[in-house]
Design a binder for this molecule. Structure first.
Ligand code: ATP
Ligand code: MG
Length: 399
């Protein structure tokens, strides 16, 4: 008898009342999509679990995939047996034999969700514990701090025996909270912000501002690669690449130097908001973090934000840089972000940007130029690239 199932727990989804089925369906679809290459697997959904039957597929690879799926709280390799005492005993013993148990302590944690089962959880713990002690040498019981905690879940349809929980990413399945636009630069912050937004169930479309020839093809490619990396969690991402050169050069000409940065940000936000409106999204996500740079003082944020009422989600607003870097490494965007190609903001950043801009000043400066039609034109000329997570795996496999 070998581990033949993986049992997946959801955590937070289970608090979601009526929407529960929607959440579970989204999660289940994502799990299946990420595991399509393992054709032998079969899936089963219940109210509070998803079960994968391995049918001989290699569990090591599948475990690695599951660790990166948003919405999974934890999961365990499991042995499925018939819910009868003889079968459960046999299963628990078989599970122990697959472990390195010599000289270790153990505990049985039984749970009886089928209340019609003749033994309650204490009796189950006792019976199964004694069965192990009788059949396995050099092992002892420790109910407080065991080396091996064997969990036994007795349900009506079957009993699942598990011994080790792997942690998932947690959060809510992507797509369960609606859609937002992620302002994606080539930096470290915005991909991490995108990841955290997805963890709260948002589907993302990304918007990037590109200013050729001031910014290079490689800077553009870097952002495509970042968006592609985020498809690990998102499935697919549409990336909108906005031609921004004309607006940036106009800003350089028309706006006093210490206000160009603020004006640039305001234009980016106006454009993103217009794309958002056309794409039926309800929020904008940025990688802003309070106090990090001149455009991220509270005064700057206030003046930039003034161009729209759309909710702006800033997952990193209070997070320290070193922690952001840590997360970037975990989601594999770090090494792409640190490639040395500059984006449009870095190149046009003035020597001394205002850190305490005033709203009446910037609106006055901007009022001399017809930015409205420049914005309209940029939006209309925006290029859309669709990045597909499943294609990525194919590409990696080729090399
Ligand atoms: P990041 O590391 O994400 O670039 P940052 O610390 O460099 O952030 P800023 O350059 O002030 O900070 O950018 C703040 C946010 O504005 C970014 O996180 C991103 O959401 C958005 N942004 C900046 N530049 C661009 C761009 N070229 N295209 C799209 N969004 C951008
Ligand atoms: Mg940046």
């Amino acid at each position: 008898m070998e581990y033949d199932h993986i049992l997946i727990r959801f955590g937070e989804i289970t608090t979601k009342g009526r929407n529960r089925n929607l959440f579970i369906n989204k999660l289940s679809t994502q799990i299946q999509r990420k595991l399509t290459k393992h054709q032998g697997l079969t899936f089963e959904k219940t109210r509070d679990r998803i079960y994968i039957k391995l049918n001989g597929e290699p569990h090591e690879e599948i475990v690695e995939v599951l660790k990166n799926i948003i919405g999974i709280q934890s999961f365990s390799l499991a042995l499925k047996v018939i819910s009868e005492m003889e079968h459960i005993k046999e299963g628990v013993l078989a599970a122990f034999k697959q472990l390195d148990h010599k000289g270790k302590s153990f505990k049985i944690s039984a749970r009886r969700s089928d209340k019609s089962f003749p033994l309650d959880s204490n009796q189950l713990n006792y019976e199964l514990g004694s069965h192990i002690l009788k059949n396995i040498q050099e092992i002892s019981v420790d109910v407080h701090n065991p080396d091996i905690n064997m969990r036994v879940e007795v349900r009506k349809e079957a009993t699942y025996i598990t011994f080790k929980d792997e942690k998932g990413l947690g959060g809510l399945p992507v797509g369960s909270s609606g859609k937002a636009m992620l302002m994606l630069s080539g930096g470290l912050d915005s991909p991490v912000a995108g990841f955290l937004a997805m963890k709260r169930g948002l589907t993302l479309e990304a918007v990037h501002f590109h200013s050729p020839p001031y910014t290079s093809e490689r800077a553009r490619q870097k952002v495509i690669d970042l968006a592609q990396q985020l498809t690990d969690f998102a499935g697919t991402i549409k990336l909108h690449i906005v031609p921004f050169t004309e607006i940036q050069t106009t800003i350089q000409r028309q706006i006093p130097e210490n206000y160009t940065l603020i004006s640039t940000r305001r234009m980016m936000l106006r454009i993103t908001d217009e794309i958002r409106r056309r794409r039926n999204a309800l929020a904008i996500v940025t990688g802003e973090s309070l106090g990090q740079v001149a455009s991220q003082t509270l005064e700057s944020m206030h003046v930039i934000n003034n161009v729209t009422n759309t909710p702006i989600i800033r997952p990193l607003v209070t997070i320290d840089k070193f922690h952001i870097i840590d997360m970037a490494k975990k989601i594999n965007t770090h090494d792409i972000s640190i490639r040395p190609f500059e984006d449009c903001c870095t190149i046009f950043t003035p020597a001394a940007p205002k850190t305490r801009p005033r709203l009446e000043k910037i609106t006055h400066y901007e009022s001399y130029t017809d930015f409205e039609s420049l914005i309209e034109k940029a939006v209309n000329e925006t290029e859309i690239i669709t990045l597909d997570g499943s294609k990525k795996e194919e590409i990696e496999d080729l090399f």
